[in-house]
Structures are given as structure tokens and as C-alpha cells.
Design a binder for this molecule. Sequence first.
Ligand code: KMH
Ligand code: ZN
Length: 271
Amino acid sequence: MEKLIITAAICGAEVTKENNPAVPYTVEEIGKEAEAAYKAGASIIHLHVREDDGTPTQSKERFKACMDEIKRRCPDVIVQPSTGGAVGMSDEERLQPTELMPEMATLDCGTLNFGGDEIFVNTETTIKNFATIMKERNIKPEIEVFDKGMVDAAIKYHKQGFIEGPLHFNFVLGVAMSATARDLSYMVDSIPEDATWTVAGIGRHEFPMAAIAIAMGGNVRVGFEDNVYIEKGKMANSNAELVEKVVRIANELGREIATPDETRKILSIKK
Ligand code: KMH
Ligand code: ZN
């Protein structure tokens, strides 16, 4: 089995300090959370950024400040900006961090209900445009899929030449689709042979999905974006604490943890 890639989604766009006071907003808070998660074993930082008051933003300047701070603290970590941003943002806003030429970025491959009246819109035109820009900028897309139809869409856009292979998927389970072992194995069975994958179980699904993925040979994403609890009813003190729990499970199951350079190799990141 390949070594385990751990992604830390440290901040998200929707979670707030009301949900968990340790959610980072400022450049310094984001830098500190990223560094601690990296030291705990994360090789990828999935990054959203905020204004100091917590308002989500896709500002290029704010991303640059946060990415510089993360790179100053842990130069070899892979920073993966979100191009999803927050619900309601325009495509132009969402694309800004790709101008900073990161090694990776997310590519959301479908539209979904995001709770209440919130709709996270990703039309076919949007997806193809984002994919084309990432290809031109040599940015490895992490394909965000919230249900099986989005997997099929991504494979179609790959065959049409918009997304370069080998494909790398993040199965986000527990938002649109449920998060059971059967759901995860259905998703894994649906991707091309040479594709890689990670799973982000949302809320209480975070660690069960992580454990199953570790045993299956997949990879894991944890972090405040997806879940703020270390165990039922107990808030996590930091993103690092969530990463440490994954490392403990991996150790028990005999899976070694990938460094950022090993992650670059496993994911065929060319930069
Ligand atoms: N905040 C969600 C609307 C991504 O990072 O690409 C989108 C999201 C996915 O979090
Ligand atoms: Zn995200």
C-alpha cells in the first residue's frame, strides 16, 4: 500500500468561532494552525481564507498573505487553495487564488444543495472553465465530488480533454450523499484504475470514513472545515489534534504517513 496522504482542511468558509473558538481567521491564526497540522502529519493544507472578522473571502491578496505565512512556517507543505470559496461567490472571485500558481487547487464537479436555501453552483461551463485555467497554470486539480454523478461528470470532462489525468478525487461524504462503507466503496469502484482518492467525512462521519479509507489504501482529509469535534460531544482544540487522531489510527493499522514530497510523487504533481 502507498503511504497515507493526510489533508488538513483547517478553516473552511462556513464554520465559525461560534462552532469552535479554535477556528482560525487571521493570517497568523491560519499560519499557526497549518504549521501544527503539518507537524502532526498533514502533507496538504486545503485552504480557505477569511477577513479578520471571519468573513470568507477569495481575495488574491489575502490568499497570498496566508500562503506566504504557511510557507514561511513549513516551506515544503503543499498548499491547496479552494476554488469553491463560499456559496454565492462569482466564478471570477473563486478563481483568484489560481493566479498565485499553487501546486494544487480544488475543482468542484457539480452543483448541490448546501443546506437550507443555499445552493453551491457549479455549471458545466464553470467546471470546464476552471479546469482549463488550472491546466494552463499547471495546477493539479483535486476533484471535489459530493455524489456519484459528479464522479461521472469529472470522468467525462477528463475524456473531453478538460481535466488531465491521473485524476485525484476527494469524496465528500455526509453532505449530499450518506457516508457509509458501502457509499465509499461505490465511489472508489467508480473511478479510473490509475486515479487516486481521499475521503472527507463530514461531521460525525469524519473518523469512521478515515478509518475505512486507511484500511482500503485511500487517503484522508480532516479539519475544522468538515468537523470540529475530536470525539462525541468534545470539541477539538486544534486541527492538529484531528490529524494526530488519524495518525494514531494509521499507526494501529500499519499505514505509514506520506511526507509532502512523497505526496507529490503519489499524486503526480509536476511543479
Ligand atoms: N465552501 C463550499 C461552498 C471547495 O473547497 O472547493 C465549497 C467548498 C469546496 O468548500
Ligand atoms: Zn473547501
